[in-house]
Design a protein around this ligand. Structure first.
Ligand code: ZN
Length: 226
């Protein structure tokens, strides 16, 4: 089986997405690029997270053509591969339906930087891309534009997407976004939230990138979540 280790890792983190509440039922999808071959391991369309194994993960090339797999790849494969082609600095793309981040996408409000942990993972406020039918090239280009060089983007009237160098860091970033959205929503009910000053955000982000964000690119197998 091609890329057996990475496929097992994608299956494991996809199950963690489900058990930690980032997605429910068969929602969401996850991909990781093998740095050596450039091939992408992605969850299948309609993934059953409870039973997902390495054999269920589909291997595609960077254009999204299936290389090996017993299922159809996620319907969002064109978006994953577009993001991975645009962003050589990351290797993983995770789409979630986490509730609070999704709620910000329904009122079309960006999620500001309110927590130090989130400042490190996210690095900036998270914007909301306009609604477009998912699975289309128009939608993929919109998401890529709103993501830019960032770590996360919210999809209007849909969910959220985060990117990262490793599966472990991408999973942490997805939770950082959800925590920020939830805490900010609660804080607004209690009073006037204070945002982190831009210089503090820049400092936290720089430290995080230096100590965690670039490790996978340096070939650190441990940081790759294995
Ligand atoms: Zn979705």
């Amino acid at each position: 089986m091609l890329l057996e280790g990475l496929r097992a890792d994608v299956a494991r983190y996809a199950r963690k997405m489900s058990t930690s509440g980032l997605v429910r039922a068969t929602q969401g999808n996850l991909s990781a690029r093998d740095a050596k071959t450039g091939r992408v391991c992605i969850t299948p369309s309609g993934a059953d997270y409870d039973t997902l194994t390495a054999e269920d993960i589909v291997v595609v090339d960077e254009k999204g053509e299936v290389v090996e797999g017993r299922w159809q790849p996620s319907l969002e494969t064109p978006l994953h591969t577009l993001i991975l082609r645009c962003r050589r600095d990351i290797h993983c793309v995770m789409h979630t339906h986490s509730l609070y981040a999704t709620a910000f996408g329904v009122v079309y409000q960006s999620v500001p930087v309110v927590l130090s942990e989130s400042a490190a993972c996210l690095g900036a406020e998270v914007l909301v891309a306009p609604y477009a039918p998912s699975g289309t090239l128009e939608f993929a280009e919109l998401v890529a534009e709103y993501l830019g060089e960032g770590s996360a983007v919210i999809w209007g009237n849909h969910g959220a997407m985060v990117v990262g160098t490793t599966l472990a860091l991408t999973f942490s970033t997805a939770h950082a976004l959800e925590d920020s959205a939830m805490v900010y929503a609660i804080a607004r009910q209690l009073g006037e939230p204070k945002l982190l000053p831009p210089e503090a955000v820049a400092q936290l982000r720089a430290y995080w990138l230096a100590h965690y964000g670039q490790r996978a690119l340096a070939g650190d197998r441990e940081a790759a979540g294995r």
